[in-house]
Design a protein around this ligand. Structure first.
Ligand code: ADP
Ligand code: MG
Length: 398
């Protein structure tokens, strides 16, 4: 893959950069600007090289037509604050206003185009329809830089098709993500612990499948653990359960044993009578009351998880250990996060909710080796899938 430094002199060049600015919004307030912050270094670098920087991004899931609720305007404003520079904003993506704004850019200036998903061509399944939209995007620029890691697993016009229409390179953010994920899949330094939680086993099957051969220990918490506990024959009360995944969970329990992977399941669980922040108590994982719901791993388990993490040299963690959104059930997630900040070696946090959890619990991004900006993309990478937005830049696309 070409890097930005391989693109030559960018002074005066119109550089279209695909960033991931898909932040959570409450009205027009950005509730977590992590993705905007993560996008700043590449934009700043291009601007200081004298490029005319055209930022293309999406926000939410509008239905292929303009929808003011998903306007990137507030995000462009935030980007300007973080850059400490004026950021021009075009009220469309490839229309008259976009052309006017791009034409008016001086060297080193930055513009953000309106939500790329306001155009049906961006996500069209039909190659010709997507290609036609990519042509319009390409007309605006001289060079393409792919820096939206959160979207590289999508075969979309501004991620995939445009890369074959302009000289293209990968931005620093995507480069870093790929380097880190490679260290988790190709010769990871051992002992290697994979910690999985979150709501569903079915979301994480591909990752378990691909990493069970590489990991020394597999630690499971979160809502998905009850499918494993049930598969072992335990009562799980009213906890989250994926009955159709019981055989799959049994299969992994057997495979871990056969391959000498240390499968670490909780020995105690924090339960409550309902999905609410009250009347929590701790019970043994093999003796859960039938009328209670498991909402976090218990303190003994949290200590055991922290111990395994502390003894590892590489740790990948995806998925909260409990319902961290409620104070009674955030201790397991807090303990795992703390252990990652204290271990010696590479600690990687993947997943949107996991990243939000560590920030909400008061940790700083810099305390971790890496926090992935792309939930779905990092999982697909770890599943061993080909990501279209990377393949097209590598020339390995088929
Ligand atoms: P990520 O986005 O990091 O990949 P997921 O989306 O898989 O994580 O899961 C996050 C959600 O899992 C959180 O909203 C959390 O409340 C929920 N969760 C964790 N443990 C439990 C549990 N025991 N019961 C129900 N939900 C849970
Ligand atoms: Mg999630």
């Amino acid at each position: 893959m070409k890097a930005v430094s391989d693109l030559g002199d960018l002074s005066g060049q119109r550089v279209l950069v695909r960033s991931d600015l898909n932040v959570p919004l409450s009205g027009t307030d950005i509730t977590d600007d992590g993705r905007v912050r993560a996008s700043v270094p590449t934009i700043e670098r291009l601007a200081s090289a004298g490029a005319r920087v055209i930022v293309v991004a999406h926000l939410g899931r509008p239905k292929g037509a303009p929808d003011p609720a998903y306007s990137l305007k507030p995000v462009a404003t935030r980007l300007g604050e973080l850059l400490g520079a004026e950021v021009h904003f075009a009220s469309d993506t490839v229309g008259d206003d976009a052309r006017r704004v791009v034409e008016s850019l001086a060297d080193g200036q930055v513009a953000v185009l309106e939500n790329v998903r306001f155009n049906a061509g961006e996500t069209a399944k039909d190659d010709a329809e997507r290609g036609a939209f990519a042509d319009q995007l390409a007309d605006l620029a001289d060079v393409f830089v792919s820096d939206g890691f959160g979207v590289v697993h999508r075969k979309q016009a501004s991620v995939y098709d445009i890369a074959s229409r302009l000289p293209a390179a990968v931005g620093g953010l995507v480069q870093t993500e790929v380097e880190v994920l490679k260290r988790l899949t190709e010769n990871p330094e051992g002992p290697y612990a994979v910690v999985l939680g979150g709501s569903k086993v079915s979301d994480k099957l591909g990752v378990i499948e691909n990493l069970i051969d590489k990991a020394d220990s597999l630690l499971i918490g979160g809502g998905m653990v009850f499918t494993f506990l049930k598969a072992q024959g335990h009562e799980v009360g009213t906890s989250l359960l994926e009955a159709d995944q019981l055989d799959v969970a049994s299969g992994y329990i057997e495979r871990a044993a056969a391959q000498g992977v240390d499968l670490v399941l909780p020995t105690d669980v924090v339960v409550a009578p309902a999905f609410a922040d009250e009347d929590a108590s701790v019970v043994p994982a093999d003796a859960m009351p039938a009328d209670q719901m498991g909402l976090d791993i218990g303190p003994e388990s949290a200590a055991r998880f922290a111990e395994v993490i502390g003894a590892s040299r590489t740790v990948f963690w995806n998925g909260p250990m409990g319902v961290f959104e409620m104070a009674s059930f955030d201790a397991g997630t807090r303990a795992v996060a703390l252990a990652l900040t204290q271990m010696n070696g590479l600690s990687v946090v993947g997943g949107g909710d996991s990243a939000a959890a560590v920030r909400q619990l008061g940790f700083d991004d810099a305390q971790f080796g890496h926090i992935s900006t792309g939930g779905g993309a990092s999982l697909e990478y770890l599943e061993g899938k080909t990501l279209p937005g990377l393949a097209i830049l590598e020339g390995t696309d088929d």
